[in-house]
Design a binder for this molecule. Structure first.
Ligand SMILES: [Zn+2]
Length: 221
């Protein structure tokens, strides 16, 4: 595991400093011939906690990297939209964002790079809002499909609707799974932050009260 200073936070920096301080105190004590019966345990705790901090920083970096990748992927999707004038999916330039008040989702106003027409891209401009959009489409298309499917021959429109519903359902399932994973990672980081804060407090208290040096009080759980 590498130390990643660019991802360090004030909390991890200060905790690492305290770890260094306490290790030095334990070593000094040992050298002065004054043995702390808990020295081995304390050193083990400090080393393990240092590893935890590196693991935590790697986790923060992983979340940031995946967020950067996600934004790049999203931008790629946002720059293509169905232009009604060209009657095709075309590359577009994003002009501004606009809220769809009915669905409460954010969309883009875009200009078609080919015919230069400005229009609203009805596909929301972020992955989460696309779930809401697809859920809405499924809600309004499903009764139409059900009614029409009783007919012998399906119209091309209905076949298109069926495809949209299938696409929507698979999008929602995949996106919800991604969001569950993201939330689990964020929760793990939050839990680790609390654990580091708790240890920081104990190490700081041991330092300012000089307990580690004089009374050999334990900061080990
Ligand atoms: Zn166009």
């Amino acid at each position: 595991m590498n130390y990643l200073p660019e991802y360090s936070t004030p909390l991890t920096r200060e905790t690492l400093e305290l770890i260094k301080y306490h290790k030095r105190c334990i070593m000094d004590l040992e050298q002065s011939g004054f043995a702390d019966p808990e020295a081995k345990q304390k050193l083990k705790f400090l080393d393990e906690f240092k590893e935890n901090i590196h693991f935590y920083l790697d986790g923060i970096k992983a979340i940031e990297d995946s967020e950067t990748k996600k934004q790049a992927k999203l931008l790629k999707f946002r720059k293509i939209a169905e232009c009604e004038v060209c009657n095709a999916m075309q590359p577009v330039t994003i002009v501004r964002e606009e809220k769809n008040e009915k669905l409460n989702v954010m969309c883009d106003i875009v200009v078609c790079d080919v015919c230069k027409t400005e229009f609203l891209n009805i596909m929301p401009n972020n992955f989460h809002d696309r779930i809401i959009f697809y859920e809405y489409l499924i809600k309004i298309l499903s009764p139409v499909i059900e009614k029409e499917s009783k007919k012998k021959k399906l119209s091309p429109d209905i076949k298109g609707f069926i495809l949209i519903v299938a696409e929507g359902k698979s999008y929602i399932a995949a996106q919800l799974e991604i969001e569950r994973k993201e939330n689990r990672m964020k929760q793990a980081i939050e839990d680790m932050t609390k654990s580091i804060e708790g240890t920081y407090d104990r190490l700081l208290l041991a330092k300012i009260s000089g307990l580690n040096r004089d009374d050999l009080q334990s900061f080990v759980n």
